[in-house]
Write a protein that binds this ligand. Sequence first.
Ligand code: F6P
Length: 373
Amino acid sequence: MAKKIGILTAGSDSPGLNAAIRAIGKTAIGVYGMELVGFLDGFHGLIHNHNMPIKASTLSGILTIGGTILGTSRDIPQDRIYEDNQTDLVDRSIQTYQELGLDALICIGGIETQEAGYRLTQHGLNVITIPKSIDNDVPMTDMTIGFSTAFEIAAQSIDRLHSTAHSHHRILVVEMMGRNAGWLTLAAGVTGGADVIVIPEIPYDPQKIALAIQKRKEAGKQFSIVAVAERIISQEQVEFIQYLKDINEMKHSGEEQEQVAERLERLEMRFTDSTLLLANRLEKYTGLETRITILGYLLRGGAPSAGDRMLATEFGTACVSLVNSNCFGIMIAKHGSKVEPVDLEQVVGKEKPVPLDHSWILSARAVGTQFGD
Ligand code: F6P
C-alpha cells in the first residue's frame, strides 16, 4: 500500500522552504504514488491536528516563493501539559500521527526542529528531518536551506552601504542575524568587502577595531564598513562573565551554584544592544561619524536564491527516497557534493560555530580584514 506522509515547516521562515515542500511533494506523489498531508504552522499543526492535504496542484508555482505555504511557528512538542491538563504535547503529536494513519513525518527546520524530531523518534514515530536556517548553524551538515539567499542579500546590502560610507566619510556598522554563529556575517563580510568583521566566535576588543579604522583613515580611507553578527561579545564581557563564574564557584555550592550558573549562561546569551555599544565606542575612539543598519528580517524575505532552490530540491527528493526505503531517525545533510543521511542522535545537543581556522576566516585575514582580536 502507498505510504502516507506528514510534512511540517517549523521555527523561523526561510527562503527555500516551499522549494523543499515542492520537491518532497513531486517525488512522493509523482514517483511513489504516496499521499501527503501538510501540518499548519509547524508543530502547532501536529499537536492540534490542523492539517491540509497536499496535492499535485498545491505544488505548482511555489518553487520561487519565499516563506512557507504551510505556515510556521516556534511551538515544539515537549513534555509540557496540553490545555486538558492530562496529555503532554508529545502525546498529542503521537495521537495526531496515529489518527491520520501516517507512515512517516518530515520536519523541516533549524536546531530546535532537529531536537523535536529526535524526541518524536524516541517515542516511536518514523521521522526524517531537513535542515533549514539562514544562520547555517545546524550541526552535521555543511549547508542549510536559506543560508545561500540570506548570504546573497547580506552581501548586496554591504555593497550598497559602501556608497554612503564613502560619500559621508562614515563608519557604517551593519548588523546581521545568525544567533550564536557568525556564518552569515562572515560570508557576507568577506564577499561584500567589509573592513572589519565581528562574530560571536571571536570576542572583540573595541580599541583594536578603532585602531584599524584609524590606520585606514591615515592611509586616506575616510570610511569603514563593520559587519557585525547579532550576538557579538567583547573580550571585556567575556572576562567579566568569567569573573562572575569564578566567584559563583568559590562562594556557592550545590543547587545555589547551579541556579547562578544557569542565570549567567542566560546573561551571556542575551547581551542586548551589543551593536549599539560597539558603534558608540567606535565613534568615540575614531572621531568618525558612525551609523548602524540592522538587516533583520530582510535577510529571510523574498524569493530563494538558485543555490537554495537546488539544495531544497536535493534534500526534498533524497528525503522521500529514504522514506520509501524505511530509513528513519535521520536528518538529510550536505557533505561536500554529497547528500547523505545522518543519525539525528549525532545532530542534537550540539552547536555549529565557525571554526577559527575556517578558510573564510583565514582568507579574510589574508586580505587585511580585521576581526577585532
Ligand atoms: O534562526 C533564524 C533567525 O532568523 C535568527 O537569525 C534570529 O536570531 C531568529 O531567527 C529571530 O527569530 P524570530 O523570528 O523569532 O524573531
